[in-house]
Design a protein around this ligand. Structure first.
Ligand SMILES: [Zn+2]
Length: 238
């Protein structure tokens, strides 16, 4: 005597649910999203390294700008004094002229260094621009991937809900003890099979043929099991 054939309906729904869950965890959009996120992480890392290289010339430029501004203000004061005609003492005039010359030289020197810092920054600007543009592209590509992923997941969720509802309905008409045995068997199995039809002398769960003696035992057992995969066997009448 085989098990109640209704258990096969439960098995079918469980197999469907397994397939749907597998599909949900292997959607191509998941791999696409992972690839885009990995690319973004790589580009962000390169941008960070580049920004670290650009840090010193950037702060150097800021410091030089401040210094030049101070010296220019001082130069302007000294030049105004010189042009005002108030300083008439020859020695004082010479001193003032020397100070103006000195300020101009210091400013020119600082401006040379500013130029060097600017050139250093400019040399890495194209690389920075390219990274920014690639990052923007990757970010822009993520939204449609995410949208497709969520759409595919929602469709599969709905399919899973319907399958689980059908499984519950099918399980309701199965003897509780048989159902519990089926669930334990399925949980232990490697292929998700807890119950299978014995057809043409073989288990449809693992496709192993039963020996003649095993077939006799299966037909006589209270609860037949496949000797190969241990699935509860439902035996076809006749
Ligand atoms: Zn089997």
């Amino acid at each position: 005597m085989g098990a109640d054939p209704q258990i096969l309906a439960v098995q079918d729904h469980d197999a469907d649910a397994d397939r749907i869950r597998h599909e949900m965890s292997t959607l191509p959009e998941l791999a696409e999203r992972d690839a885009a996120l990995a690319r973004r992480a790589e580009l962000s890392g390169r941008r960070l390294a580049l920004e670290e290289r650009r840090g010193p010339p950037q702060s150097e430029l800021g410091r030089l700008d401040d210094e030049v501004a101070l010296l220019r203000a001082k130069l302007e004061r000294e030049e105004t004094k010189l042009g005002s005609g108030h300083v008439t003492n020859a020695r004082e005039l010479t001193g003032l002229q020397a100070e103006v010359e000195s300020l101009r030289r210091r400013i020119a020197d600082l401006e040379d260094r500013e130029l060097e810092a600017m050139e250093e920054l400019e040399s890495t600007q194209p690389e920075l621009d390219a990274l920014e543009s690639e990052l923007a592209d990757v970010d822009a590509s993520l939204a449609p991937i995410e949208e497709r992923l969520q759409g595919a997941l929602a469709a599969l969720e709905a399919e899973l809900d319907r399958t689980e509802a059908a499984r519950s309905a099918a399980a309701e008409v199965v003897d509780a003890e048989l159902l519990a045995k089926y669930e334990r068997t399925r949980a232990r199995s490697v292929n998700g099979i807890g119950a299978a039809l014995l057809a043409d002398g073989g288990c449809t769960g693992c496709h192993v043929k039963l020996a003649a003696g095993e077939l006799v035992d299966a037909r006589e057992a209270d609860l037949a099991r496949c000797p190969a995969c241990e699935a509860i066997l439902v035996i076809e009448e006749g």
